[in-house]
Ligand binder design. Sequence first.
Ligand SMILES: CC(C)(COP(=O)(O)OP(=O)(O)OC[C@H]1O[C@@H](n2cnc3c(N)ncnc32)[C@H](O)[C@@H]1OP(=O)(O)O)[C@@H](O)C(=O)NCCC(=O)NCCS
Length: 212
Amino acid sequence: MGATGQRLDVSRAVAADLASIMAAERMDGYDQLVGRWSEEYHRSAMHDRRHAYFIVRLDGKPKGFAIVRDWNSPGRVCSVKRIAVTEPGCGYGRVLLSETLRAIFEETSGYRVWLGVFPDNDRARRAYEAVGFQREGLARGNAFFGGLHRDELIMSILRPDWLRIRRYLSASSALQLNHLVPPLCWPSFRRTDHLRQAGSSCLCIRWAVAAR
Ligand SMILES: CC(C)(COP(=O)(O)OP(=O)(O)OC[C@H]1O[C@@H](n2cnc3c(N)ncnc32)[C@H](O)[C@@H]1OP(=O)(O)O)[C@@H](O)C(=O)NCCC(=O)NCCS
């Protein structure tokens, strides 16, 4: 298993990223998992200050996006409205989520971040749990999706949870290099080697992706 030394970056998305965002939410099979918006709707959301868009890139190539709703709201509660990556199961989603949470808790006064996931979407649920989201319960008929009223599993992470994870990571010298990745991620990240670049933007990590 060799390392290819590719670079994974998470940053705020801009209008030029919309084509890749819309392509990601329209991936084959995703129509059963995530919503999709028109370009007009995305453009309006991207500029309405209520939404914040994040994009993950591998060597500059877009690999997925996350949309936060109620960014910096006075109620201090926001949600991850949508997330999708183009190559699921490679760990990109949890890095994107980790960085999105870091941005929320460091750049806003947000206290609670929640999301809804269809209960049978195990892959997404595992990625959420890996970055610290906890299950709260089933919200009946919470999503009108594909013409059906579907139940959603509600998950959340609170600021104290996130701070506890951060404290744990900074106390562990073994994890300092990849401290963006919470401890629950560790087992699956053993197959990779993360190196945080000294002096680089805090939204930028170097990730040596193990050849799979
Ligand atoms: C949800 C999503 C963003 C997560 O990102 P990701 O890069 O796939 O997540 P990761 O690779 O970090 O983690 C995926 C986890 O699911 C597991 N997994 C992978 N494929 C799986 C499958 N078919 N069934 C169940 N679990 C699966 C992985 O092993 C990993 O868990 P582990 O580390 O505990 O072993 C991504 O899967 C995605 O875009 N899915 C399609 C759209 C979607 O479902 N969006 C969320 C709607 S709420």
